[in-house]
Design a protein around this ligand. Structure first.
Ligand code: ADP
Ligand code: MG
Length: 250
């Protein structure tokens, strides 16, 4: 057995809830939702960590505008803080250089990140999960053990089909699913809500498509003024209080 596995357990010991943000498909907004959810929970006074486990295309630092953060070494790595969020990403080490990882390298890098990071006590650790439904994702699930999933989709049957597959797999391996966020919502259609009901998945709420989001990327103050943040703040209350946001559907 890899001794790092038990170290990872210890590193996460004082983390109350581990929230994994996933969705199968790329480009549906997993990184935006992860980053803004961390920001929203932190704004609400929670102790929050954000871990970017998308090793091939890390994005959370770009979205939040994390710059000049240097991890401190002390019996592991203390994640540097940004806007009150303890942040960890491969970019803190690789900067903006590409990190082409193959085969076992991916699994090793995920293990290493989980193993070195001293999260200490957190209310929430938000994880931007590896993309796809493959080795990287399952490796992370196995190591994290007690993560709860938020599945991100867009209002597209094509995207939801992958979410559906992921949900079925997660159920089979008994990983809890908190629910589904419908991102980039435009118009009135409610087929994602209906599909969620049919599959007995909680619909956590929708996040509006915001054509101005791009201007706010990299500037966390501007992000906090965006429609996207407003919607995610509402959804974050569900995580804190168990209140579902169905305002879009009434
Ligand atoms: N609600 C939204 N409104 C407008 N643009 C969005 C929204 N959510 C995400 N985006 C944009 O869509 C692109 C993909 O989002 P990203 O979070 O990187 O997706 P993923 O991590 O799933 O690949 C980014 O350019 C992001 O800024
Ligand atoms: Mg991403």
């Amino acid at each position: 057995m890899d001794p790092r596995t038990s170290v990872i357990g210890k590193r996460l010991e004082k983390v109350k809830r581990i929230i994994a943000v996933s969705g199968g498909k790329g480009g549906v907004g997993k990184s935006v939702i992860s980053s803004l959810l961390a920001l929203a929970l932190s704004e609400s006074g929670k102790k929050v960590g954000l871990l970017d486990l998308d090793l091939s295309s890390p994005s959370d630092h770009i979205i939040l505008g994390v710059k000049n953060l240097y991890p401190e070494e002390e019996y592991g790595i203390i994640p540097p803080e940004f806007q009150g969020i303890r942040f960890m990403s491969i970019t803190l080490f690789a900067k903006d250089e590409p990190t082409p990882l193959r085969g076992d390298d991916v699994s090793n890098a995920i293990r290493e990140l989980l193993c070195i990071t001293r999260w200490e006590d957190l209310d929430f650790l938000i994880i931007d999960m590896p993309p796809g439904i493959g080795d990287e994702l399952f490796e992370a699930i196995e190591l994290l053990k007690r993560c709860e999933f938020i599945l991100v989709t867009i209002p597209s049957r094509v995207a939801f089909e992958t979410v559906k597959k992921l949900a079925l797999i997660l159920r089979e391996i008994k990983s809890p699913i908190i629910g589904v966020i419908e991102n980039m919502k435009r118009g009135e259609n409610d087929f994602i809500l209906k599909e969620c009901e049919r599959l007995n998945l909680d619909y956590l709420g929708s996040v509006r498509f915001d054509e101005k989001l791009e201007d706010a990327i990299g500037d966390s103050e501007k992000i906090k003024e965006s429609k996207v943040f407003e919607d995610i703040l509402r959804i974050s209350r569900f995580l804190m209080e168990g209140q579902r946001d169905l305002s879009c559907c009434t």
